[in-house]
Design a protein around this ligand. Structure first.
Ligand SMILES: N[C@@H](CCC(=O)N[C@@H](CSS)C(=O)NCC(=O)O)C(=O)O
Length: 255
């Protein structure tokens, strides 16, 4: 009963933010893949129809392509926040399903894509753009994508709601992650909404103000943060051995 009420509250919150986005001509959807608990984000310009997907998942590529077609959008970019270790990106399949769409990732990820981006680069879709901020620490190539008016940021695995990405494989480094979050994410306006790459607890969105006040890891000083991160003792992601090699090719479809 309580779970149903919480789920309904989360859905209502999502709808509220989607409606807010629609009021300035931004189409916005938060999509979920339940096996790896990954969020995919669709952003588009209502007028020009240009659209971008952030962190699509292979198993949901058909769903995402259908939504884009149903909404009459033209997907120009499928962007990854980083080279994921827990799921295979949907970018390769989406490029086939939606011809003309380009895959995007940071050069520092070491992964292949049509377009490589760096700190400060802007990805334009219609009258909107996402600014790429380099937020390494979970992996070297992690990017946070910030909407042009700084009302929303897509943090990938650098910052999760009341948590953060683990730092015990790929190029993980707790000190680097601590610096990334404090300098590149916590420096955004307090009311900037934060959308993570995953959530394992049923949360959908947070804000800079909330995470600066309540994040149990990142409110600590650097030394304490490093200690916490070095003692998480999490099991390895189940798909890591297939996901990383596939994602280095930006999905299984790129030759
Ligand atoms: N059980 C999941 C993997 C869960 C996990 O390790 N998540 C990562 C992000 S995906 S690499 C993480 O950083 N978690 C941080 C945390 O504190 O949980 C699976 O097997 O896929």
């Amino acid at each position: 009963m309580l779970f149903v009420a919480l789920k309904q509250a989360a859905l209502a919150q999502c709808r509220k933010y989607s409606a807010m986005a629609a009021s300035n001509g931004l189409v916005f959807r938060q999509l979920f893949e339940p096996v790896s608990c990954t969020y995919t984000y669709l952003l588009a310009d209502k007028d020009t129809k240009e659209a971008i997907l952030i962190d699509p998942v292979l198993e949901k590529a058909e769903r995402d392509a259908k939504l884009i077609k149903d909404l009459g959008l033209n997907m120009i970019y499928a962007a990854n926040t980083h080279c994921h270790a827990d799921h295979i990106t949907g970018t390769g399949v989406l490029k086939k399903l939606l011809p003309g769409c380009k895959s995007v990732i940071s050069k520092n990820s070491g992964a292949r894509a049509d377009l490589y981006i760096h700190e400060g680069d802007q990805i334009q879709f219609g009258k909107f753009w996402l600014e790429a901020r380099s937020t390494p620490g979970h992996t070297d190539g992690c990017l946070t994508y910030v909407l042009n008016d700084k009302s929303m940021a897509f943090t990938g695995d650098a910052l999760l709601i009341r948590g953060c990405g683990r730092t015990d494989f790929q190029q993980g480094c707790p000190k680097t992650l601590y610096h990334s979050v404090h300098s590149k994410i916590f420096s955004l306006p307090e009311n900037c909404l934060l959308y993570p790459g995953h959530d394992y607890t049923g949360q959908t969105v947070s804000s800079v103000e909330e995470e600066k006040r309540l994040n149990p890891r990142l409110t600590k000083d650097e030394a304490e943060f490093v200690k916490i991160m070095n003692n998480l003792n999490l099991p390895k992601p189940k798909q890591i051995d297939i996901a990383v090699p596939a994602n280095l090719k930006c999905g299984i479809q790129d030759p």
